[in-house]
Design a protein around this ligand. Structure first.
Ligand SMILES: [Zn+2]
Length: 112
């Protein structure tokens, strides 16, 4: 966090800014709180595991909170999680259709 006795600085290049500046006069980067919290790796993981799934991957790659290795690790975790969720979903559907078949004697699960 920015301490009060220091001038505000650009979140991208570190150029000193007016406290109310919304864009960096040096590099043009937009300054803002939303920008900061949504790009934190932990938040990206939380969003990925709850609502975004693999759609959180672009956030990982624009995030400034991690280096390249960190981004690769976070991406791998998200991809593995996605594959796991789809696999569990597939197993559940396969089981469910087999169960329906047994109960109803219909061949709704022929594709599984
Ligand atoms: Zn800047």
């Amino acid at each position: 966090m920015i301490s009060p006795d220091q001038p505000a600085r650009c979140i991208a290049c570190g150029h000193p800014l007016e406290p109310a500046a919304r864009f960096c006069s040096q590099c043009g980067r937009r300054q803002g709180q939303l920008d900061v919290w949504i790009l934190r790796p932990l938040w990206i993981l939380v969003l990925s595991f709850t609502v975004l799934g693999p759609f959180a991957l672009p956030l990982v790659w624009v995030s400034r909170g991690t280096n390249r290795t960190g981004k690769i690790v976070v991406s791998a975790v998200i991809i593995l999680y996605t594959v796991f969720v789809f696999y569990v979903g597939y197993l559940f559907l396969a089981w469910y259709f087999r169960y329906l078949e047994r109960v109803t004697h219909l061949h709704v699960g022929g594709y599984f």
